[in-house]
Structure formats: structure tokens, C-alpha cells
Design a protein around this ligand. Structure first.
Ligand SMILES: *Cc1c(COP(=O)(O)O)cnc(C)c1O
Length: 330
């Protein structure tokens, strides 16, 4: 199931979904995201990874072929109490060590049996768990989670779903029947110190803007808000039309790379809402107003930019704001 939450990780929910012909289902976090997919004409089954939040939503699930996670007693009781015209497809979420959502292992038999019994749940109750440390190949946690899941699920002839992208890339014994790739669908790696390329993944997003000014600054002229940066010798700056108002991380360190005409340049000064300054030295490559600037993309991995901003690539992708316009190419 292709994970499309948070506007398909900032890539555009409906357009991305329209191109995932091979997915057997879609997965989102919230019912509004699922409804947006239906409004966009998408017909595949959709799994709500947090389940429903309100009993009143159950008829909407049924009417739209949304499948729900059942992760706690409140949800199960609401499902049992509802008056529904047909059963809903359910995934029983087991907490095997993430300690966020999911029933305790010792609740498994009770929940499974109640889901089998209620007419509001389809008899095929699939099983799901989520890994907490799958991006860390040195951690024993994932194997412990897989073992616990398998112990509970071994007598249950239903589909098993364990792995996010990191599980898919690093833990083959956790693949089960269904997998839930999110980040890797977009060509980006969740594993530490790697990029999509490490796994032959091709980044989908290229975030670009343009140079809007090239200017000289003298030695010790403080540039930008708070005068945060100055050069100790005369230099040139390129000013580019991109900032945290577009989703570029404000905390990107001095020296965080961008690419102009195949050359890397480092950002200097504070990232502002609308602009970023680059030190282009004596401008040996003749950067001009109007030149395209790549902030991240296939030749400048978003994983690298995330490291420069002390965050993870997930956050940078999701943070793209509505001001950014999208162009799609095959
Ligand atoms: C977001 C999410 C995924 C996808 O995770 P990636 O690391 O992006 O592959 C899978 N399962 C659950 C429950 C999620 O919340």
C-alpha cells in the first residue's frame, strides 16, 4: 500500500496517486486525506493508518471503501456499537514496541475474537504493526518486534503488514504480505548516512527557484537579518527567491549547498521568509539574474540538506508550502 499522507510527502496527493497504478491500496493518516483521494477520482482501497477518530465517521468509511486500523478499546467499542449496513475492512494494530498506537500483545486474543464476532467488521481482520528503529541497522529492536508479531500472528490466517520504507530496505524478514512504503516511493532514503541512490531510488522532487540579484559586498558588511554573516574579504552574493515561506528550513547551516549551473554554492546569513543569500566569491562561473537554482533534487539529495538543517528528509518534503507551484514531468 502506497503511503500518501501529508500531501504525498509534499509531492501533491492526487497527482501522485494517479501515477501509482501498481499500488494495491493507498494509505493515509486522516479521513480528509482519503476523501480528497476519492474527490480526485481515485478508486483503490484506502487504509486509514490512525483509524477513525469519531464513531460518526463510520458510515463515511463504509460508503467510500476506506479500511480502518483498530488500535484501542475506544475504536473497537465504537465499531461494535455502530449501526452499519455492511461490514468494514479492519486492520488490527498491535503494539510490538513502538509504544505509540496499538493494542498490547496480551490484548490480542480478545480484540481478534471481538472483531471476528461483530457484524460491523469484515471477517478478514488483517494484522499490522509499526517499527520504531528500522532505520538503524545496528539495533536489535526490529528483530524483537518481528518475533513478537510473528508469535501473536502465527495462528492467524490473515494478511500481515509490518514494514515502512526502512523495514522494506533493511529487514527482509519483516516484509510479510503487505508493505507500507512512504518515503522511498519518493526516491528518498530513511536510512542514516545514505541517499536514495544507495538503493537505486530516484528522487521525485526537484525544488528550484531563480537568482533575483547578484551584488557586491565589501569586507565586513553584515548581510541579512541580525547581520548574521559577513565576509572577511570583498565578495559577491547571489540572492535567490526561496525561504522558509516556501518550506526551506530556516535552520539550514551556513554552507548548506545549492546548485546553480551544475556548481555547488553555500548559503550564508539567515534564511529569510522569501530569500536566501549565497556567497559566490568572485563569480567565476558568471551567475546571472534569472539563473535556475536547485535547492534539492536528484543531483542534490534532500537527505544531505536535512543533515545540514539537523532534521530528517521527511520534514523537508512535508514542509513545502502552498506558495510553491508544482510542475509534473514523466
Ligand atoms: C508514515 C507511515 C508509514 C510510511 O513510513 P515511511 O517511513 O515513510 O516509509 C508506514 N506506516 C505507518 C503506520 C506510518 O504512519
Amino acid at each position: 500500500m502506497a503511503v500518501l499522507k501529508a500531501n504525498a510527502y509534499g509531492h501533491g496527493l492526487v497527482t501522485i496517486a494517479q501515477h501509482l497504478n501498481d499500488a494495491d491500496a493507498f494509505a493515509v493518516a486522516r479521513i480528509d486525506e482519503a476523501l480528497a483521494l476519492r474527490a480526485g477520482g481515485l478508486t483503490k482501497p484506502i487504509v486509514l493508518l490512525e483509524g477513525f477518530f469519531d464513531e460518526a465517521d463510520l458510515p463515511i468509511l463504509l460508503a467510500n471503501n476506506f479500511q480502518t486500523i483498530i488500535h484501542d478499546e475506544n475504536q473497537l467499542a465504537a465499531l461494535e456499537n455502530a449501526q452499519l449496513e455492511a461490514p468494514i475492512n479492519c486492520w488490527l494494530k498491535i503494539n510490538t514496541g513502538m509504544h505509540r498506537l496499538g493494542i498490547a500483545p496480551e490484548q490480542f486474543d480478545e480484540f481478534y475474537n471481538r472483531l471476528q464476532k461483530t457484524a460491523n467488521a469484515n471477517n478478514t481482520v488483517n494484522l499490522m504493526t509499526h517499527f520504531s528503529c528500522a532505520d538503524d541497522v545496528d539495533s536489535s529492536k526490529t528483530m524483537q518486534q518481528i518475533a513478537l508479531f510473528n508469535r501473536l500472528a502465527e495462528n492467524v490466517e490473515q494478511a500481515h503488514c509490518l514494514s515502512n520504507s526502512a523495514g522494506i530496505l533493511a529487514w527482509p524478514s519483516g516484509h510479510g504480505d503487505w508493505v507500507r512504503p512512504g518515503l522511498m516511493l519518493y526516491g528518498v532514503s530513511p536510512m542514516a548516512n545514505t541517499t536514495g541512490k544507495t538503493y537505486q531510488l530516484e528522487p521525485v522532487m526537484r525544488l528550484t527557484t531563480k537568482v533575483i540579484a547578484v551584488r557586491n559586498v565589501a569586507a565586513h558588511e553584515a548581510v541579512g537579518y541580525s547581520g548574521r554573516w559577513q565576509s572577511d574579504k570583498p565578495t559577491q552574493l547571489a540572492v535567490v527567491a526561496m525561504g522558509y515561506g516556501d518550506g526551506y528550513p530556516r535552520h539550514a547551516r551556513a554552507g548548506t549547498p545549492v546548485i546553480i549551473n551544475k556548481q555547488r554554492y553555500g548559503i550564508v546569513g539567515s534564511v529569510a521568509m522569501d530569500m536566501i543569500t549565497l556567497d559566490i566569491g568572485n563569480n567565476t562561473h558568471n551567475i546571472k539574474v534569472g539563473d535556475e537554482v536547485t535547492m534539492w533534487g536528484p543531483e542534490l539529495p534532500v537527505e544531505e540538506i536535512a543533515q545540514c538543517a539537523d532534521t530528517i528528509p521527511y520534514e523537508l518534503l512535508c514542509n513545502i508550502t502552498p506558495r510553491v507551484s508544482y510542475q509534473y514531468q514523466r
